[in-house]
Design a protein around this ligand. Structure first.
Ligand SMILES: Cc1cc2nc3c(=O)[nH]c(=O)nc-3n(C[C@H](O)[C@H](O)[C@H](O)COP(=O)(O)O)c2cc1C
Length: 682
């Protein structure tokens, strides 16, 4: 997991490096846009994979739940002082567990009229768990990362529970419920929740209900969570005597319209991460390195913003300054800046383009006064099959659903609900696909865009469903540059405000972005052999790698074996950089550079990149045993990476006589020595 301190997260990118120019980066982008049109006509809408949300800045404020700073980090004191029924802790890296913990707290508050709060694990010192009383119920919503590791903000709990175990401590007064988030494509599926449960059980703590598990691999996180929560509600009634009352929405945030707010203090869309004002413009010497990431802050398109403002009848007040404050007693933290405006809130600070969940649909039903709308929302949300076909398959967003319900007369959703239930806008990380020595002042990205959809969105042609917010934004930017250069609009992007940014900060095609370093780097010596394996946009960093090797060869350096394995769907659809690879092959010579392609939708026989790896496994193994070193890269989906690793392990067993454990150890060694570098998602 990559980490960045928030202060270094963003710079205003008026440095020429990150203001896209018409050269390499954008030429590249045009090529890709054309490719992407075909690609997505055939295979559906583009969604930015969850794993692009690499980091969630964890708030470091202390004691949000307690009145006294001395006792703020002691959960037992917080329970007593605030007369709480339950605290639900989240351990989350990219925000999903956090969101679920907050939702659970809200559902239990509104449904049971209980005093339930969600809290960041990092805000507490967990040795105080021993002071809990039996009436104090704890909830844990925990995701798993890396090799079955806890998310950063769960490290404290992890360490404390291990210490408790080694000291034979007793937690028998502790009562808890637990839901884990993971992805069964990973070897250690949901390991953190399972392990925390084992630790708590061994310490004598009492669990209510089962350990819930949401599997990202098959999109089951959401339905599993809802099922687990429904069962939990039954447990709370049966075991703890909690009583369900009439649903009563209690806003966690107060919104005050304040037209006289000084305009200088209003946040109009400048990047913001919890509690942090982002430093704009302090760094004028940005430099990237081949293999780094560009983290881009996207902007929701005008069409979506105006549709949501209309659905909430806020159009007239779109630019009125609003002050947002947490309702004190609830202790919920605000993840967007205040004061701001409704327009900036929906344009810059909330992820309103995400696909709507089953649970959100059900919750929207409580805000409608129309029987018809209520029935529609409940029907769509309660039946899994109908939800899949009528909502999920169409990638519907909250905006689509509000429009389906008609005007404000039939559904009136408070803005506070959006603040509670929608993720704050997060930057998307893209592997940079240019070489810093070949193209030091222009960054190239390899991005798949549904161009037809993106253009409709930019032209305000109402298009239902969600799409990649960042890629649509990049596409609009590219179109805007082309229009300006030729004076001849290719399309007429209406997202002018989005493109020029708040207070015109992004005029002349600038973007809010930051550089993120990575380990995914070329070896120091260009004579070291490299093996690159990737599929889809996973080939992005390899473009930069190969460019760099060609340049180094031009400078007279010796170039080691350079093997490239690429997986695409169809040679005429998504085989990007075809000519570039051919040119590189010529430049480097076939002694140094060789490439293999695998197409999964070309012939009757589906061929995947791992099949090409299998065919060439002997040579790959031999290069990896090169005494002077070799580097193996895998970039793309986690499923593909796992298959590739499996193929190599099997080859190792076949050719080197390893048993299964020895082959697994060989892979572990490659990883720890950084001879094997992986950049995977999903
Ligand atoms: C880099 C990375 C590593 C992951 N490692 C694991 C893993 O070892 N085991 C697992 O079950 N899930 C793993 N996952 C899946 C996450 O746990 C899952 O996507 C979860 O919903 C993320 O929740 P969060 O947003 O609260 O952090 C990994 C995800 C990423 C992006």
């Amino acid at each position: 997991m990559l980490q960045l301190s928030l202060t270094s997260l963003l710079e205003q990118l008026d440095h020429p490096l990150l203001a896209p120019s018409k050269s390499d980066g954008l030429v590249l982008f045009v090529i890709l846009s054309l490719w992407a049109t075909h690609f997505f006509y055939s295979f559906g809408a583009y969604k930015v994979p969850d794993s692009f949300y690499h980091e969630v800045p964890q708030e470091k404020e202390q004691g949000a739940l307690s009145s006294s700073p001395q006792t703020a980090r002691n959960v037992a004191t917080v329970f007593s002082e605030r007369e709480l029924d339950m605290v639900i802790f989240w351990g989350s890296q990219s925000g999903r567990a956090e969101m679920l913990a907050k939702r659970l707290a809200k559902t239990l508050r509104d449904g049971f009229n209980a005093r339930v709060y969600a809290a960041d694990l990092d805000d507490f010192d967990h040795e105080h768990l021993v002071e809990l009383q039996e009436k104090h119920l704890c909830g844990f919503v925990l995701s798993t990362y890396g090799e079955g590791d806890p998310p950063d903000n769960a490290n404290g709990l992890w360490k404390t529970l291990h210490e408790f175990q080694s000291r034979n401590m007793n937690l028998s007064r502790m009562r808890y419920v637990l839901f884990g988030l993971g992805n069964s494509e990973y070897r250690r599926y949901n390991e953190v929740a399972k392990h925390v449960d084992r630790l708590l059980q061994s310490l004598g703590a009492v669990r209510h209900g089962i350990v819930g598990d949401g599997d990202d691999a098959n999109g089951m996180t959401e339905p599993s969570f809802v099922r687990w929560r429904n069962a939990l509600e039954e447990n709370l009634k049966a075991d703890l005597g909690w009583q369900k009352g009439e649903f009563k929405y209690s806003p966690s945030f107060q919104i005050q319209e304040n037209p006289s707010t000084g305009s200088d203090t209003v946040h109009l869309g400048e990047p913001y991460a919890v509690g942090q004002k982002i430093d704009l413009g302090s760094n004028r010497t940005l430099k990237y390195k081949t293999g780094d990431y560009l983290a881009l802050w996207p902007i929701n398109p005008d069409g979506m913003v105006s549709r949501i403002l209309k659905a909430l009848t806020l159009e007239e007040k779109a630019h009125t300054p609003i002050q947002i404050t947490p309702v004190e007693a609830l202790g919920e933290k605000l993840a967007v800046p205040s004061p701001t405006t409704y327009d900036a809130l929906f344009r810059h600070y909330l992820e309103i383009c995400a696909p709507i969940s089953q649970e959100l649909l059900a919750d929207l039903a409580s805000f409608t006064t129309s029987r018809e709308s209520k029935d529609l929302l409940l029907r769509l949300s309660q039946d899994d099959v109908t939800f899949q076909s009528d909502v999920a398959a169409r990638n519907l967003t909250v905006v689509d659903v509000l429009e389906m319900c008609g005007s404000k007369t039939t559904i009136s959703v408070p803005v506070s609900f959006f603040l509670e239930r929608f993720k704050p806008m997060q930057p998307r990380s893209y592997s940079i696909s240019s070489s810093s020595i070949v193209s030091p002042s222009t960054i190239a990205l390899t991005v798949a865009v549904n161009t037809a959809l993106a253009e409709n969105v930019q032209r305000d042609i109402v298009e239902q469903g969600c799409y990649g917010v960042a890629t649509t934004y990049l596409h609009a930017l590219e179109r805007s540059i082309n229009r300006n250069d030729t004076g001849n609009a290719v399309s007429e992007p209406s997202s002018v405000q989005g493109i020029t940014g708040p207070r015109g900060l992004l005029e002349n095609h600038k973007i809010f972005a930051s550089l993120r370093t990575s380990d995914f780097k070329l070896p120091l010596s260009s004579s070291t052999p490299i093996i690159m394996i990737g599929a889809g946009t996973g080939i992005a960093p390899y473009r930069g790698f190969v460019q760099e090797r060609v340049r180094r060869q031009g400078l007279g350096q010796e170039i080691g074996q350079t093997l490239l394995f690429m997986g695409f769907r169809h040679p005429n659809v998504d085989f990007v950089y075809k000519e570039k690879w051919t040119k590189c092959a010529k430049a480097l010579g076939t002694d140094s550079f060789r490439m293999w392609t695998a197409f999964s939708r070309y012939n009757d026989k589906k061929v995947y990149v791992q099949d090409r790896v299998r065919e060439n496994a002997k040579e790959i193994l031999s290069l990896l045993s090169n005494p002077t070193g070799c580097r193996l890269y895998i970039c793309g989906s986690a499923a593909m990476a796992r298959e590739v690793v499996q193929v190599l392990s099997k080859a190792r067993m076949a050719f080197n006589g390893d048993n299964e454990e020895q082959a697994a150890q060989w892979i572990r060694n490659l990883r720890s020595s950084k001879e094997l570098l992986e950049d995977v998602w999903g």
